[in-house]
Every structure is written in C-alpha cells, then in structure tokens.
Design a protein around this ligand. Sequence first.
Ligand code: ZN
Length: 429
Amino acid sequence: MKGNLEDKSMKYCTSSKHFQALASILLLLAPEVLFAQYLPTPDYNPLKIRVNLIIVQRADGSGNFQDNPADRSFLRNMMSVTNGVFADLTNRNEEYYPGQNLPFLSNAKLEFVPNILFVKDETGWNNRNDTNPSGVPYLSGWYLDSLDQQIYHADTLPKAINLYFTTDGQVYEQMVVKATTTDYNRLVFFKQHAASEIPVLNTRASIYGQYHTMRCHVGNVWLKLWWKRNVLHEPDWTMEYEVGESIAHEIGHLMGLYHTPDAHIHALMRTKFGGLRDYMTTREIATVHQMFGRYPSLWQFVPAEVNYGSAKADWVFAEAQTWKEDRRVYANIVIKTGAILTIQGLLLMPSNGTITIEPGATLLIEGGLVRRFNTPEPEAFGHTGDVGWKPTPPSPYLQESRDLDQAGVLRLSGNGKIEAAILGIVSGE
Ligand SMILES: [Zn+2]
C-alpha cells in the first residue's frame, strides 16, 4: 500500500546531492566519541520539535478535516502515535544485526508538538493539482509553494515543520459528493500518504543548508478516513496508526534519515509499508540529534529553552578542540582545566544554558559568534581583541568571575563576538 509514496521518496533519496549529504553525515559520525556525544541517554529531556498540521480545505471549507472536537481528536491521536513510535522502540538488534552487540535505546528522545491550522485554498486543497509527478515537495516548484511561503513567513506563527494535508478532488467528488463509487483504493491518485525532502548540511556546496521551510505532503488522510468510516466501518484508530506511523517515517527523512533494508520489517525507515515501525538503530538516533545540532533549518523548529537537561549531555572539553562549523547545542559547555575551545563559527546556546571555563581553561572566540538562540539579531559584545578576565569594570555579561587566579580565560580575536547579555560565564571551582 505504501508503494506509491515510497517510489517518490526513493527517487528523491537517490539524487547525488543527497548521497553527498549522507557521506558527510557518515564522516561526521565516524569517530565513536562524536557518535556517543549525540546519543541521548534515558535521563535526557526529549528534543521538542514544532510541527504544523495544515488542513487545506476547499474555498467553502469542505473536503477535509473540520475544526471540531472529533476531527481535532483524530489529529491529536494520530500525532500521539507518531510520538509513540520514537518514545517506545523495541530492541530488534539481534534479529537484524546478529552478533554485533549493538547498543540499544528504547527512547529516541524526540517529541513532536503539533499546532493545527485550517486554511482555505481551492487549488491547494486538491492534490490532483500537484503537477510534479514524483509528489515530493522539493524546495521550489511545488504546487503549494506560495501557500507555504505565506505560512512560513507569518510573523504570528512560530517556525515549524509544515505537514500539508490535502485531498484527491476527483475521488472526493465521486465518492463523497455524488456517491457513485466506493472504490477508494483503485481510484485514488496518491496511494499513500506522504512524501518529504531530506535535509543537507550547511556547507559551501549547498545553498539549501541555510534556514528555509521544510514540509511534508500528507495526502488523502481525511478522504481515506471517510472511506474507512463509511464504507469499511472501521474504527478511527486503524487510520490513526496507519497515518501516525507514516508521518514518523516521513519526518524521519526530514530529520536526515535514509531508507533501511526491507528485510528489517519493523524498522522505522524501511521502504515498504507494513510492520510495526518500532525499531531504530542507535546510530539513526544519534544522526537525528546531530542533524538538530548542525543543520540550521532544523534549529528553527526547536524552542529556545529546550535543553537536554542532563549532565551527560554537557559538552565537556578536556583538551584543545576547534569548532569551525556553525552549531546549535541543547546543553551546557564545560571547558576543563588546561583545555582550549576555539570557536570559529556560530555557536547557539539554549536560553538557560551556560558555558563554564574552569581555572586554567580557555575559551577562544576566533572570528566566531556565541549567542543564545532566542536573541533576535547578533549584536557585538562590545570588546574585540584580547579580553582575558578583567574584574573591573564589572561586566554584566561575564558574571561571578570571583578572582583572577581562579578564573579561566576568555579571549576574543579576529572579530570574534559574544552577543550582549547572553552569557553568564562562571569560573569553575
Ligand atoms: Zn521513505
């Protein structure tokens, strides 16, 4: 049943730029220490990720879910299924990777927070107007681009992954309005629900690595639900599971995951439909968390205050390391005595995160910028050049630098900046 959808996804997956992206992900994950850094342990808070469920109705409001308690309940339950996939995984390591003694995590620590939007759009409502034969909402040229741009740029809406729910207008007319057929399965154009893009890292080679909208096309959910209710007389939960799991798979793509072997029948990222969608490898979990650290278009969907809230999540530096690339972290940074952390790119901290520079440690902002994610625009710290710890005049930004002997060193060079009023840097014990 999922063949049509997966054909679309496969086409998208096999373009060369995505192999490049895959290669860079694998390279970045190669050192086991880095792999471990992105692996959420059971005491982590989940990464909260906003998603918009965009219900595209006809101009007269018909042809899709309605803004009423029953339909909202279906959509909420559907997203509970999606969240349940990531929060309650089953260990199938020995079944799929026998003898490898792979680590296993039952909770991927990913939570999707839905916001339901009802919009009227006479053209967009009908997914037969999607002239792209692959059905994938590529970054440009998709039939819902202008609606998507309106939603993505709306000041009143926080940035979210946009899931577009549309209807096959022809089948709607025949089955729901005129009641001349009940053969949904044979007549529907998009057989299964969803297709989405795969992100690429922010490299010079990719112009798509910057902030942009990310969306997923979820076709015919309401129409198939109508058919199940009125023709098959099935309870709603069968459709809640079917779609909730499809959405988990498609969001998996949006978060950087590729297809896995069909023999792994319960794997989330298996191409074919079917199976319980209850298995992810720890490497897949690490990949997703790494993507949220490294990929700007995923940063924007996580609220500023989100913090793994676990000491195990802290980035602890015990020796010299240089961060050249832009990065958002969801944890504190601790630079141990004798270590030097050099920041050459953008470093985004949680609104409640701290950077600790222990005595004898150094944070060197070398042409980089450190700021909190929720500060609207980068703003100069006010000093450039070497700063060190200067107790006078008291700085509102570098707090509790108790005395010079105990403090670590903060040095700004090469136009390096820490944005105003963003950091309480505390010298360690
Ligand atoms: Zn897929």
